[in-house]
Design a protein around this ligand. Structure first.
Ligand code: BGC
Length: 553
């Protein structure tokens, strides 16, 4: 019902039909997800490789029949923790810094810069033969991943046509899952090498993703919203004609540009801009009671990413292999890890369709419900089948099947949904920082969970030794995600970013799906006549378009 209303409303139609070329241009940016997935995925495999452990600890490679020696042949926990978490530290600060860079130099330039920083970090890691250089390399690469992961979402949300914005940003999540899968495959291929190639190949391959992304972005246009923010309407209009594949002077282009400009002017009038620190402070202004305040939106974006980590998905991807080993009857835990990664990749494309068909809010609510049921069931099966359900093959198989269904729910709902929404809920003056803060929150919680989980399931003295019961914790946290989605997630499907801004001001999350755009910022600010641009802006755009025709970039 709401979708029909949104589709038929006159004021909702401020955008051109999507051409295949425009679609491809926007979709290419999702390639940045490969960085995210690969970089977070490859390290656990490398830290388990014999040659790598031997190089870092000096221990001789054990005889596979000597169980005690095999058990002792591992990196010290402190080194594992440092090597893993230093990346998240880099990405956390990189994401925060990226918000500023994206406003100063542009979204596209910041992503290209992120690729260069990342390549430097990868070169250092590849050259490393010891902890110091490896850690330094991961910290620097982390900054690059932080730039890319924060700004890609911002860039894609700003250039994508609204009808397919959700699907396009979900493409980013799809690439994250492909990155995770590629990392497992490359690790698998090199794990038995007894030379530096075992870890250097998985590390060095990442440069390829950076080169492809940076080269592609050189050819793509900057975000029109960045140019509007900079007050350069000529360039904004030029890039819009390229992105929408519409002829110069098209009414669609004029209307879309007018709405971006008017919304920005409106936001600037209510969000005073004065100085660097106060512009950061703007992200926290407006009070808690006002549902559309900047503070509320910042809390929404950062808590949404926190909740995405609370679903427990990275327990499966980071510690799944170790967990499956503790279940006892599993012959090849690595293979089960690969299966969950494959379920993740194959299910994600379903989100391209459902995120636009049903909307963001329902899929987050139903997704959380599906995940929490699976998680509680894994815990219940584990507990009722006996401690660790060892020697009970059917119970273990049931647990694995439930974990795969859980991954399916995550991949089709919260995986893409969290990224799509953070690109949509911030107004332009604070959008780059809001998205950056939300991405930093994802990395922060990612890191916290990576650090504490081994202690929850570890069986050394003083550790939790929770086994399957850890799923009661994830199930409870997922219940919090379910309530959170029901109470706080607004429906943003089918609206332009400017309409989302207005919707948040005029409605509550629970009634948001029924909200219909009833006027435009451009009309309200007197910038349009009967839905088109005012004469002075038309003249301005026409002038720009003439220049475009002669110098088609
Ligand atoms: C999450 C990651 C997770 C991945 C799994 C992403 O959306 O932010 O932490 O590893 O999905 O596919």
């Amino acid at each position: 019902m709401a979708s029909n209303l949104r589709a038929t409303s006159d004021v909702a139609r401020v955008e051109a039909p999507v051409t295949a070329k425009a679609y491809m241009m926007c979709a290419f940016a999702s390639f940045g997800g490969i960085f995210f997935g690969y970089d977070s995925g490859y390290i656990s495999g490398v830290m388990g490789m014999n040659y790598f452990i031997h190089l870092y600890t000096g221990l001789p490679i054990p005889d596979p029949n000597d169980a005690a020696a095999v058990q002792a042949f591992t990196l010290p926990a402190s080194q594992k923790s440092l090597i893993t978490s230093i990346l998240s530290a880099g990405t956390f600060f990189g994401a925060l810094l990226a918000g500023d860079l994206a406003d100063w130099f542009g979204r596209r330039t910041t992503i290209i810069l992120g690729c260069l920083v990342f390549i430097i970090g990868v070169i250092l890691q590849t050259a490393s033969k010891g902890l110091g250089l490896l850690v330094a390399g991961r910290l620097i690469a982390g900054f690059g991943v932080g730039f890319v992961s924060a700004i890609i979402v911002l860039y894609m949300s700003e250039i994508a046509p609204k009808k397919v914005r959700g699907a396009i940003v979900s493409g980013y999540q799809f690439c994250i899952t492909i990155g995770l899968l590629l990392a497992s495959c490359v690790d698998y291929g090199t794990q038995n090498r007894m030379d530096t190639g075992s870890y250097r190949i998985p590390i060095a391959i990442q440069m390829l993703w950076a080169i492809i992304l940076a080269t592609g972005l050189f050819l793509l246009p900057e975000s029109p919203r960045y140019y509007v923010k900079k007050g350069n309407l000529e360039k904004a209009s030029h890039v819009l004609t390229r992105l929408r594949g519409e002829p110069a002077g098209s009414e669609y282009i004029q209307q879309e540009l007018a709405e971006i400009v008017a919304n920005h002017e409106y936001e600037m009038s209510v969000i005073p801009q004065s100085g660097y620190f106060s512009s950061w402070m703007n992200c926290f202004k407006g009070g808690l009671r006002n549902p559309s305040s900047n503070l509320r939106r910042t809390i929404l974006g950062t808590s949404l990413q926190m909740m995405q980590q609370w679903t427990g998905v990275n327990f499966i991807f980071y510690f799944g292999t170790t967990f499956f080993k503790t279940l006892g009857t599993i012959q090849n835990p690595f293979l089960i890890g690969l299966i969950t990664t494959l379920v993740n990749v194959c299910s994600t494309p379903i989100s391209f369709y459902i995120i636009e068909k049903f909307g963001r809010r329902p899929i987050l609510i139903w997704g959380a419900l599906g995940m929490l049921i699976c998680e509680f069931l894994v815990g219940i099966v584990g507990v009722t089948a006996g401690r660790e359900s060892q020697h009970n093959t059917s119970a273990v198989q049931a647990q694995i099947a439930l974990i795969c269904i859980y991954v399916f729910f995550f991949a089709t709902t919260w995986g893409p949904g969290a990224w799509v929404l953070i690109g949509e809920v911030f107004p332009l003056p604070i959008r780059s920082r809001g998205v950056a803060l939300s991405t930093a929150s994802n990395w922060l919680w990612n890191c916290i969970i990576a650090v504490i989980t081994p202690y929850m399931v570890g069986s050394d003295p003083g550790e939790g030794n929770l086994g399957s019961r850890v799923f009661f914790i994830w199930g409870s946290l997922c219940t919090a995600c379910f309530v959170y989605a029901y109470v706080l997630i607004p429906e943003t499907k089918g609206l332009s970013l400017e309409q989302v801004d207005r919707m948040l001001e005029e409605t509550t999350p629970r009634t948001s799906a029924k909200w219909v755009p009833h006027s435009t910022f451009a009309a309200d600010l007197g910038m349009t006549e009967k839905g088109t641009l005012a004469p002075e802006i038309i003249e301005h755009v026409a002038h720009t378009n003439k220049a475009d025709e002669t110098s088609h970039v």
